[in-house]
Design a protein around this ligand. Structure first.
Ligand SMILES: NC(=O)c1ccc[n+]([C@@H]2O[C@H](COP(=O)([O-])OP(=O)(O)OC[C@H]3O[C@@H](n4cnc5c(N)ncnc54)[C@H](OP(=O)(O)O)[C@@H]3O)[C@@H](O)[C@H]2O)c1
Length: 247
């Protein structure tokens, strides 16, 4: 991505979202940090603008359609288009609970953010994405949502294939990604490319900081995958270490 792009990242006040925002802002893009808490969002954006980067916070709770619509209105009024949407906001509610221990409410909550939230944000941002000459949607997924791995006892993620809400929400997100990739391939000037991205196992609040990589490494991987997603065909599932995942 060499020319300036208007980029919206959901859940960008901390973790991999903030790290991705930092990478993209350093690459010269205008970065809008979606945050459900305006104060946390403003603090994160201030950290970037203090470095001379082009960033601002936008209030956006992916489970609250009114805030999503207001964010779209703000972007339309102030920027007139959106080039890249990174659906990064995510939650994990299952840790240390087996499928039978996990209340269905926890599964619903997970889907509200990880799946329905993405659909809400994509649909609200589509008119703005259609005005971009080269629009891109990147959905931050996980290898933990790969059906191929979930079904394979020999796979590296088999031991983590126990998270009823998280695994299945990312598998649903992958299907959502492919359906949008197909539906939007002829949309706008060059079509809107849609791919699933994977930061790798990073130490963040989401997993009690148990990850092997830093959030900053995760952000660098997401930024690289966005470049590759924009340059190549739509509908891919990028691997943290390079290449792609089996769906
Ligand atoms: N960490 C990993 O190893 C890993 C691996 C693969 C994929 N991922 C994915 O990477 C993404 C980022 O996760 P992370 O590890 O950086 O976790 P994190 O540090 O917990 O950050 C999650 C972000 O999502 C935001 N968020 C949660 N619910 C939201 C909502 N309803 N509306 C708007 N924002 C919301 C959080 O905001 P608050 O601060 O307000 O809570 C926070 O900014 C997630 O989609 C996750 O599934 C992570």
């Amino acid at each position: 991505m060499t020319t300036n792009r208007i980029v919206l990242i959901t859940g960008a006040n901390k973790g991999i979202g903030l790290a991705t925002a930092t990478e993209l802002a350093h690459a010269g893009h205008t970065v809008l940090l979606g945050a459900r808490d305006p104060e946390r969002g403003a603090a994160a954006a201030a950290g970037l603008t203090a470095q001379g980067l082009d960033a601002r916070s936008v209030r956006l709770d992916v489970t609250d359609p009114a805030t999503v619509a207001a964010a779209a209105d703000l972007i339309a009024a102030e920027y007139g288009r959106l080039d890249t949407l990174v659906n990064n906001a995510g939650v994990a509610r299952d840790w240390r609970r087996t499928p039978e221990e996990l209340p269905v409410e926890a599964v619903r909550e997970t889907y509200e953010t990880n799946v329905f939230g993405v659909v809400t944000v994509v649909n609200a941002m589509l008119p703005l994405l259609r005005t971009s000459p080269a629009a891109l949607i990147g959905n931050v997924s996980s290898g933990l949502g790969s059906f191929s791995f979930l079904a394979d006892p020999e796979s590296p993620i088999w031991e983590h294939a126990t998270l009823l809400a998280y695994n299945s929400s990312k598998a649903a997100l992958n299907a959502v990604t492919l359906v949008y990739a197909r539906a939007l391939r002829g949309s706008g000037e060059g079509g809107i490319k849609v791919s699933a991205l994977e930061p790798g196992y990073c130490a963040t609040d989401l997993n009690g900081h148990s990850g092997h990589a830093t959030a900053e490494e995760g952000g660098r991987r997401i930024a690289r995958q966005l470049d590759e997603a924009l340059a190549g065909p739509t509908g891919r599932f990028f691997h943290a270490e390079g290449g792609t995942y089996p769906w």
